[in-house]
Design a protein around this ligand. Sequence first.
Ligand code: 5RP
Length: 241
Amino acid sequence: DWLTRPTLRNRPMPDQAPDQANEKQLAAAAAVQELADGMVVGLGSGSTSALAIRAIGAAVKGGLDILGIPTSVASEQLARELGIPLTTLDEHPAVDLTIDGADRFNDSLDLIKGGGGALLREKVVAAASKRFIVITDASKHANPLGGFPVPVEVIPFGVQPVLQRFTDLNLNPVIRQTAAGVPFITDENNLIVDLQIAAVPDPTKLAEQLVTPGVVEHGLFIGLADEVLMGVGGGVQRFTA
Ligand code: 5RP
């Protein structure tokens, strides 16, 4: 598993079920049904969000009139390629609806996010949103929350004291590296420290422990999600807050 396989280094690597791609597609399609003309829409990051962005691109071609706010450079590039009109939080500080993926969620709709390293912009956009819909495949549902490292975004200047603090708290911190073996750098030019802990039975308590100088944001999204649309088998299961 991801905790013990050294070849994976510290890169979060969700399992690939055979029908996972279909589940992601079903969840993405269901979320895009919620869009309406005139909305400002947060565009999430990751593979499931990319499916939603592609569906939004097709809807825009068909006449849907929305403005998107991407949560990562990658999502911005994809949205531009698809011709989705974009705006910014400066122009539209209130977002009508954000659609984004997650690495794990529990029945309280607490999330672990940041497997793709975009958690900072994702959380800013989610917090600015009137409605936040999370789209996942069935592998992401976990009670208690866990089974995936908890990412923390840290400024490079402060990373060593942060690592020391997290080590003292037995949180097994590891600086995320790329496949090339160099530190992963976020869109905001920070590092990601992955906490390799098996479970997060009390997300609120852990979130409090993570607040320390040098930490910009962490990947625990608590009280932000309004709904999770989870593809499962041939359908979509809806979890509400
Ligand atoms: C990126 C994220 C993604 O939403 C999360 O990693 C889920 O990705 P995927 O849909 O590819 O499983 O938080 O920072």
